[in-house]
Write a protein that binds this ligand. Structure first.
Ligand SMILES: [Fe+2]
Ligand SMILES: [Fe+2]
Length: 356
């Protein structure tokens, strides 16, 4: 079933006049609420890959509220209008749609990057780990089609950072690159250990999330969490024919269990090796940069401050520094930041000498 109207198009097209809606959406939320006059109505949140929109069903006699599914995909007709500065759809008809008839990529956002290219880049940086004691476990991972397919598709999160198909691979590559850089800056770090830990730090996310036509947690994701799921995956990957030294496996598992840094932020253990601490900081940096980049992309250039960001307990300042003025200093200069810059690597490339 082809989806012909997306949330972002509704938001773009709507001005003063309502527009007619006839499209399919995922049901994100369903709540029975009451108006000031005491009449009950149904409040829904409808989603697709471009965003979410509120929707209402006023009349229980026309559409029995209990007939509306709590989850799944629905075909909706009605009109979109603006009420109190919020766009909402007033639903006239709503029917469940079997998910085998839809195109999942209409409903979940995807990375624009080519996963095969990212995988090749990842394997290239991991070369020092391939020629170490971790060779067997790395080969066991990269030769396992099921793991690799899941690793290419899984999101990095459901919200906050890399919350799209392919986000886990993008984030993992970001962390592996940072860790490689840290090994050059701090030669006492063990490169094969840190790179292998970076590759596997979030591997449990392939089971923590579902990523078919909706991004959400799985039951084992909620109950067990990706750090412990990651340790289980390591046990599955170690080939029984070529066991790794027990300390090596223990140190790798410790990096996975401690990568969130603090117990309050989801770590099972505090980082207790130099590599585990470096991994935690690299992971945090890549996740924060991606989430801030998303916030900066979301708000228009005319504004000076973002709205209050609950996750960070602050607003962010949006105006770019006027760094071009420093050009005559003749020293290294930093070009103004451009919205949409994705990685630290890209940012580092923008540092250049003016006469080159
Ligand atoms: Fe994590
Ligand atoms: Fe991570």
């Amino acid at each position: 079933m082809k989806k012909n109207l997306f949330v972002d198009e509704i938001t773009r097209r709507i001005e003063d006049k309502p527009i007619l809606i006839n499209s399919i959406f995922v049901v994100g939320e369903k709540k029975r609420l009451t108006t000031k006059q005491g009449d009950s109505y149904l409040h829904l949140t409808l989603l697709d890959k471009t965003g979410s929109i509120k929707a209402k069903i006023w009349d229980d006699s026309k559409i029995p509220f209990d007939s509306v599914p709590d989850d799944g995909v629905v075909s909706v007709s009605g009109r979109a209008e603006t009420f109190n500065n919020t766009i909402q759809i007033i639903i006239e008809t709503i029917q469940p749609v079997e998910t085998r008839y839809i195109n999942p990529s209409d409903f979940v956002p995807s990375s624009e990057k080519d996963p095969e290219k990212l995988l090749r880049e990842l394997q290239k940086i991991l070369k020092p780990a391939f020629s170490s004691v971790f060779k067997a476990i790395l080969e066991s991972f990269f030769n396992n089609k099921t793991f690799i397919e899941a690793f290419k598709r899984a999101p990095g999160a459901v919200k906050i950072h890399h919350a799209y198909i392919g986000g886990l691979l993008e984030h993992t590559l970001g962390v592996v690159k940072l860790c490689s850089l840290l090994c050059s800056l701090y030669p006492f770090l063990d490169r094969p250990t840190l790179l292998t830990g970076a590759l596997f730090h979030d591997i449990g996310k392939i089971r923590e999330y579902r990523y078919d036509w909706k991004l959400d947690y799985t039951d084992e994701g909620r109950l067990i969490g990706h750090s412990v799921l990651g340790v289980q995956i390591i046990d599955e990957l170690v080939p029984p024919s070529s066991p790794l030294p027990s300390d090596t496996i223990m140190i790798l598992k410790h990096m996975i269990l401690s990568h969130h840094g603090e117990i309050e932020t989801g770590a099972v253990q505090l980082p207790m090796t130099r590599e585990a601490m470096a991994l935690h900081l690299a992971d945090n940096l890549d996740a924060k940069m991606a989430s801030l980049n998303q916030i900066y992309e979301e708000f228009s250039q005319e504004e000076r401050w973002t709205p209050y960001q609950n996750f960070y307990s602050r607003r962010f300042f949006l105006a770019s520094p006027e760094t071009e003025k420093a050009e005559e200093d003749g020293a290294i200069r930093l070009k103004p930041l451009i919205r949409g810059q994705k990685t630290l690597g890209e940012l580092l490339q923008r540092i250049e000498r003016p006469d080159e």
